[in-house]
Write a protein that binds this ligand. Sequence first.
Ligand SMILES: NC(=O)c1ccc[n+]([C@@H]2O[C@H](COP(=O)([O-])OP(=O)(O)OC[C@H]3O[C@@H](n4cnc5c(N)ncnc54)[C@H](OP(=O)(O)O)[C@@H]3O)[C@@H](O)[C@H]2O)c1
Length: 217
Amino acid sequence: MLGFLGGTGPEGRGLALRLALGGESVMVGSRESARAEEAMTRIMARAPVTGVKAATNDDVARECEVVFITLPYEAQLGVLPALAGALSGKVVVSTVAPLRFHDNVFEAITVPEGSAAMQAHRLLPRSLVVAAFQNISAIDLWSPNRKLDGDVVVCSDHAEAKAQVMALARKIPALGSIDGGGLANARYVEELTALLLNINHIYKGRGMIRITGIKTD
Ligand SMILES: NC(=O)c1ccc[n+]([C@@H]2O[C@H](COP(=O)([O-])OP(=O)(O)OC[C@H]3O[C@@H](n4cnc5c(N)ncnc54)[C@H](OP(=O)(O)O)[C@@H]3O)[C@@H](O)[C@H]2O)c1
């Protein structure tokens, strides 16, 4: 079962939808059960998927084998420490890209640990933290017919956990997954999101990142 902390937001709902379409069982988490139920209903109304559950963030951390952080960067310091025990030994996927929109430009927020993913690693020292999906737009995820013609760059210090998340990304049609090396590289992927959003703002488009020129299979 895949779980989503803060899965009621656009990114968590979108990822849950796409991975449910890929045949995975998913559990949408929230601070409030009612909000999780509402998100579950929206996912099931969006496409013919089964295996979608709703729960609190605490239940997600306890019951799921792979848990996605789909919370705002500003929220993870408040949410993750209480879940460290339940998430011990589990794969935790940081999708977080710390950004702000200022003077008509997207800017990366400086994180003391170097990246949101490294902060998650500090807060969850016994979890297998993987960073992925920071560049994948919630709007694109929420449109099941939209071809996701891009790559997810996956960073982690745990080879098996990284391979597991790369395989999950490939369940989304057209999306590729690239080994981005260790978790220390997550900062570059997170910051790339700011560049991508600025480019999309300039071109009024929905471009994605695609790595070319390497053999991935
Ligand atoms: N949106 C995108 O296109 C996109 C793309 C790539 C990556 N991301 C990353 O994905 C993450 C989620 O993005 P989003 O746009 O879905 O975020 P969001 O809508 O702002 O927040 C997601 C959920 O987090 C919970 N939350 C919000 N503030 C909280 C707080 N102070 N404490 C605890 N929980 C809180 C809320 O759930 P409840 O109220 O139900 O608890 C909310 O529905 C972000 O880190 C973002 O950088 C987003």
